[in-house]
Design a protein around this ligand. Structure first.
Ligand code: 5FU
Length: 278
């Protein structure tokens, strides 16, 4: 099954350009680490990205938390993405009717589709959330992740909701490249005939990763890179505060941030090498 293949080999099982870009980037940089840069000042945001850039396959953003956002932030982000060779994922979690999500994705202050290779959506509205976003994203070569599970305590995204998210994704393989989830999803039942070409490869990106903490005071739950990549067969670890702590402004110790990024990258990659048996 696909979790024993290399990232590079799996790129051939995807037609979506964002999926291919992510898998090739992981292979090229030997990194399955994504850093979630949840900082509210543009200067801190760009500083952390420049420091962790060499160690990551992907930078995850919440662009709407920047209190001093200007369109120039996007130009700087694009330059950093080219400089350090990483994919960009705006963690927007779209969850409305097709017409509205298409507008939220293309327009407004942030114009997410114009710069973010990958974004995500809650499956709660049904398949129209995918077709609405695809109407904007597919012509631009973008990819979508569905939130099949969450890392938070008491999440409602479990059981048949998770299984139905997988079925929705299977019906839109050209745009849905994978899931935000806590484990691989190939256990979800299917008849072989429902898989277009007999190959199913979804990329699993997993938040809620820390080496030191087990949770925060607001419902977050953490697991280690080894648990996530080796035991649960996920593909990309998403780490936020485990790498930059609470540090902002003067408290931001870039040397420490680089060391942490290097440590998570090594942990994630070694867990993957064990998984594929090399
Ligand atoms: F979909 C999810 C989820 O289930 N859990 C998450 O934590 C998304 N996240 C995001 O990952 C969340 O919005 C943060 O941006 C990030 C985790 O940050 P942390 O600092 O590593 O806890």
């Amino acid at each position: 099954s696909s979790h024993r293949k290399s990232y590079g080999q799996r790129a051939a099982d995807h037609s979506n350009p964002a999926a291919q870009l992510l898998l090739h980037t992981i292979e090229r940089k030997k990194s399955n680490l994504a850093v979630s840069v949840d900082l509210t000042k543009t200067s801190d945001f760009l500083k952390v990205i420049d420091v962790v850039g060499p160690y990551v396959c992907l930078i995850k953003t919440h662009i709407d938390i920047l209190e001093d956002f200007t369109p120039d932030v996007i130009e700087r982000l694009k330059l950093l993405s080219a400089k350090h060779d990483f994919v960009v994922f705006e963690d927007r979690k779209f969850a409305d009717i097709g017409n509205t999500v298409a507008l939220q994705y293309s327009s407004g202050v942030h114009k997410i589709a114009s710069w973010s290779h990958i974004t995500n959506a809650h499956p709660v509205p049904g398949p129209s959330v995918i077709t609405g976003l695809a109407s904007v994203g597919l012509p631009l070569g973008r990819g979508l992740l569905l939130l099949a599970q969450m890392s938070t305590e008491g999440s409602l995204a479990t059981g048949s909701y998770t299984d139905d998210a997988v079925r929705m994704a299977r019906a839109h393989r050209e745009f849905v490249i994978g899931f935000i989830a806590q484990r691989r999803m190939d256990h979800v039942g299917t008849s072989p005939s429902s898989l277009p070409d007999g190959v199913e490869d979804f990329i699993i990106l997993t938040p809620g990763v820390s080496l030191e903490m087990s949770g925060d005071s607001m419902g977050q739950q953490y697991r280690t890179p080894e648990k996530v990549i080796l035991e649960n067969g996920c593909d990309v670890i998403i780490v936020g505060r485990g790498i930059y702590g609470k540090g902002t402004g003067d408290a931001l110790d870039v040397g420490c941030v680089a060391l942490q990024a290097e440590k998570y990258r090594t942990e994630g990659w070694n867990a993957y090498l064990k998984r594929i048996g090399s």
